[in-house]
Design a protein around this ligand. Sequence first.
Ligand SMILES: CC(C)(COP(=O)(O)OP(=O)(O)OC[C@H]1O[C@@H](n2cnc3c(N)ncnc32)[C@H](O)[C@@H]1OP(=O)(O)O)[C@@H](O)C(=O)NCCC(=O)NCCS
Length: 332
Amino acid sequence: MPANPLPLTEPTAADFRAWHRVQSAALAHDRPGEPVPTQDDVRARLTEPVADSRLVLWLVRGAGEEAVATATLRLFSQPARSDVAEVEMTVHPAHRRMGAGSRLLFTVTEAARAAGCRSMVTEVMAGTSGEGFLATRDFRPVTRLTWLRLAMDEVPERIHKLPDVPHAGYRLAGWEGGAVPDGLAASFARARQDTAGPSAGGRDAADAPWAEARVREAAEAVARHGDHLLAVAAVCEVDGEVAGYTELVVPAARSGRARQYDTAVLPAHRGHGLGLWLKAAMLRRVRAEHPLITEVLADTADENRHMLAVNTALGYRPQRRTVRFRLELRRR
Ligand SMILES: CC(C)(COP(=O)(O)OP(=O)(O)OC[C@H]1O[C@@H](n2cnc3c(N)ncnc32)[C@H](O)[C@@H]1OP(=O)(O)O)[C@@H](O)C(=O)NCCC(=O)NCCS
């Protein structure tokens, strides 16, 4: 392997096949039993544009042209987010502990630095090679997450009835994709921005056009993959504003596994059981509108005790744990 692999600027069909080989071998080794993405999934993830960001790709081949390792670096164009890049590296299990990961990380780090980033973040399975590797490479653990799985046929009946239980002062609303009902668009955008934390880029909450554009972009990104973004909101009946919301993505095939996205209740409305109410309403909607969905996957930060309690009440069971790491990039 050359000391400094070059980014893959025009990947060929053979490159995608090689990439898929590394990913599927690593998945079978690191997370046995997990569904392996198809070659089309891999190609789509690497080539489809995501709003506000671009991917730099590296594919490392060995002396015999066999695929050894892959890396992606996501660089954000929006000034508020461009400081932090996201990295994902995978070394084929047959080629680990021979320095390939370290050399590739050096290349990726140099590229992030050259792009003006101040830090890189990544997420790895707890207790796997990735954790050991990153810890020896100056990455700092920042968040521990639990991934939970809910089998749709194990949702307790009382959960399906919960949306009918009135929550004084609130009503439920629902929509799909970017079709936020009139009158809720601005307050939904604000709620999303207020609760999104640093990923919202620290914009002023009053910057409404920006926040509404982000809602549309997020919905468009999901639609580009052919998937369906469902949203349920709790609306405060006093001021008509969104008090909390939950989002879930149903895959294009409308069957199998759905992914829970963000759920948040604004601080002023916490303590009224809205989180459980919202998520129960979403599950009932999934059961009614997408009967072939068999399970939902969610990730929750371990410090988020309330959300873990809500998920447990819904019937979710822990499946695996991951750790988010961050590397500060010192200026040279
Ligand atoms: C993490 C990963 C990229 C490491 O690749 P690699 O080619 O094996 O890494 P290196 O050979 O350069 O290892 C460098 C050092 O990292 C540490 N390390 C690597 N694997 C480790 C493990 N399983 N346990 C503990 N430490 C480990 C060691 O200090 C190692 O040096 P040593 O072999 O001299 O002891 C690879 O195991 C992998 O693809 N894992 C799955 C995906 C992942 O977790 N990626 C994380 C980064 S985004």
